[in-house]
Design a protein around this ligand. Structure first.
Ligand code: GLN
Length: 456
């Protein structure tokens, strides 16, 4: 813990951490030492890790990257945080993320990072002029730069997989419902899922075993199925494993350097005994409009709780109650969050609900069905995580759609609720890391981690 605390200080310019507290971290580390000495230590005793600042914590403030929650202190720990602590993990601090996890580049940040005077985007450790990806960009940057051996992330439409890919680390988004959402600041509740980000599939397996599992009293969508020992089958043979590559995932839209890294990885898998088959996910392109209707719809509902009454920010000068709500929300939310609230309330409004929200729900089901047809022909699906490597900070300028389009390969699996991971397989344009995305069928986490581990 001391090593990482020192390293965090010399790397503050990356903007990865938004909250640290040495006393808290060292006290947890001493408690882990004592548990080890007493023989009562959990499986992660003394392992330092850091949490995306979207998980509420009692030992550190929680902002979800938003001014709306500046100064907010939770009275309870998120289930994922609690479970990792019970396994003995030591918390190094909280990690920057896009505001309410809305973003693909960790540029939508409204709170300052540790050591920075004002809100700044997180920087990619491989090239500090580039984004780390998002929304779990602080988590990916911290692990890639060696500021933490592992971190938690959340993935609604790609926010674990895409930053893992952009920063050359390993991350897994489990099956929807595999980990509890209790204490995760809600973005789009039918999609939000927590998972680990680390340097290897082996480390991800250790963390996932500790953080997964039912939490039915607190999150009714958590699945009633005990966590597995995800380390058990890491070394299983890949002989005969059918890897399906969707034809829609390897087209013209993928940068040549990304495609080359992908092809090399698939060739490596064939050497490991896997068989490559071509499958089809014909509604891949539709996943963008479907997601960018459904996620904002759910977000607009979830974010209605930030009204200046119960949580965080409240405007100072206001007239009546409606004016207090309006001023609080105008001051507290950033541009991207406001954009999504407007889209969400629009697609849910009377007269537009059938044309947008309902239609999107129907296509969502069709996308999930397409995956089941694909899984009739293969055991795992492989493809790029994103069409390009990490872009330059500011490169997408004021064009949010440029960010949305880059989510094309992570959104289908999210909409279907499937587990997916990113593992580093090489380098593409500008010498930046490229991740391979592996998507499994429901509860296929062990198979994903096994495939990733054998590659690594
Ligand atoms: N980039 C997507 C979005 O902006 C996904 C974010 C996420 O997974 N949290 O919504």
């Amino acid at each position: 813990a001391q090593h990482f605390l020192a390293r965090m200080k010399t790397h503050e310019a990356l903007g990865a951490f938004v909250a640290v507290n040495e006393d808290v971290t060292l006290a947890q580390a001493r408690a882990a030492d004592a548990a080890l000495a007493a023989g009562t230590a959990g499986p992660l005793a003394g392992v330092p890790l850091a949490h995306k600042d979207i998980f509420v914590t009692t030992d550190f403030p929680t902002t979800a990257g938003s001014k709306m929650l500046a100064g907010y202190q939770s009275p309870f720990d998120a289930t994922v945080v609690r479970k990792l602590a019970e396994a003995g993990a030591v918390t190094l601090g909280k990690l920057s993320c896009d505001e309410f996890a809305m973003g693909s580049a960790n540029e939508n940040v409204a709170v300052p990072a540790v050591g920075q005077g004002s809100a700044t985007p997180v920087r990619n450790p491989w090239d500090r002029t580039r984004v780390p990806g998002g929304s779990s960009g602080g988590s990916a940057a911290a692990v890639a730069a060696g500021l933490a051996p592992a971190a938690t992330g959340t993935d609604t439409g790609g926010s674990i997989r895409q930053p893992a890919s952009f920063c050359g680390i390993t991350g897994i988004k489990p099956t929807y419902g595999r980990a509890s959402r209790y204490g995760m600041v809600a973005f789009a509740s039918s999609l939000d899922q927590a998972g680990p980000m680390a340097r290897s599939a082996e480390d991800c397996a250790l963390l996932l075993s500790a953080l997964a599992g039912p939490d039915l009293q607190r999150d009714s969508t958590s699945l009633d199925r005990p966590a597995e020992d995800y380390s058990r089958d890491l070394n299983a043979s890949l002989e005969g494993l059918r890897i399906g590559v969707p034809e829609e995932f390897v087209g013209e839209g993928v940068a040549p350097g990304v495609r080359a890294a992908l092809e090399a990885a698939l060739a490596e898998y064939e050497k490991l005994g896997a068989k490559r088959v071509t499958v089809s996910l014909p509604r891949t392109e539709l996943s963008i409009p479907v997601y960018y209707i459904l996620a904002p719809a759910e977000a607009s509902s979830n974010l209605s709780r930030f009204d200046g009454v119960k949580f965080g920010h409240r405007a100072k000068d206001y007239g009546d109650l409606a004016d207090m709500y309006a001023k609080t929300r105008a001051e507290g939310f950033g541009d991207e969050v406001k954009r999504r609230i407007m889209i969400g309330t629009y697609v849910l409004s009377h007269g537009y609900y059938d044309a947008y929200y309902l239609q999107a729900q129907k296509v969502r089901r069709m996308i999930a069905d397409d995956f089941q047809r694909a899984f009739a022909q293969c055991d795992l699906i492989a493809g790029p995580v994103a069409p390009t490597v990490a872009w330059k900070i500011g490169e997408h300028g004021d064009d949010p759609v440029a960010d949305y389009l880059a989510d094309i390969f992570t959104l289908p699996g999210s909409l279907a609720g499937l587990p997916g991971m990113s593992l580093p397989v090489g380098f593409g344009e500008h010498g930046m890391p490229v991740g391979l995305q592996l998507i499994g069928n429901y509860f296929g986490e062990a198979k994903l981690l096994n495939a990733a581990h054998r590659f690594q």
